[in-house]
Ligand binder design. Structure first.
Ligand code: HEC
Length: 162
């Protein structure tokens, strides 16, 4: 259940960054594991001049997961008091950053680090300013639980890192 939630959150990031897309492949990819997104995997077109977008074998993007991810990215219900969405700090109109020195999370709390642009984040090999997260799948749950950002208590002990 938890890994399925993480897969969906990761798909939202890819959807937000790669808003255009998608050519259905003729065959359905055979993904490893059981918690894979529903739907038929689709191919994400690379931005001009960049290599193919790396996609984890157990989390291929599908039209359904991308559509859900796009909705979740803009949904303030991901925060504990329904006021902050991912897009509050990663605004598409500001290259998926927020134009501030430090971001503002729930209850007008100031974050500790600048909110980076998410452009082409799918190509990165480590996430956050200190590189502490190894994948988008792992990264995506942190803002939801960070007490200075969206402040949900998922029982995993969120830290105020951002
Ligand atoms: C309150 C502001 C805030 C919210 C809300 C927020 N973020 Fe962030 N985001 C940040 C900050 C600050 C960092 C850098 C944190 C750090 O380095 O410790 C960051 C980093 C990231 C990164 C890593 C980028 C990189 O280059 O390493 C990704 C990806 C990301 N956020 C996606 C999301 C998603 C998806 C959501 C919603 C589920 C979200 N963020 C919600 C402020 C926010």
């Amino acid at each position: 259940m938890a890994s399925r939630r993480i897969s969906l959150l990761a798909a939202l990031i890819i959807a937000a960054i790669e808003g255009r897309l998608l050519v259905p492949p003729s065959a359905v990819l055979q993904a490893e594991g059981t918690a894979v997104p529903i739907g038929i995997p689709v191919e994400i077109r690379s931005p001009l001049g960049l290599p193919p977008v790396p996609v984890p074998r157990d989390n291929p993007p599908t039209a359904e997961s991308i559509a859900l991810g796009r909705r979740l990215f803009f949904d303030p219900r991901l925060s504990v008091d329904n006021t902050v969405s991912c897009a509050s700090c990663h605004k598409p109109s500001l290259a998926f950053s927020d134009g501030r020195q430090l971001p503002e999370g729930v209850r007008q709390q100031k974050g500790r680090r600048n909110a980076p642009s998410l452009l082409n984040a799918a190509y990165r090999e480590a996430f956050f300013w200190d590189g502490r997260s190894p994948s988008l799948e792992a990264q995506a749950q942190e803002p939801v639980q960070n007490p200075l950002e969206m402040a949900h208590d998922a029982g995993c002990g969120g830290e105020a890192n951002g």
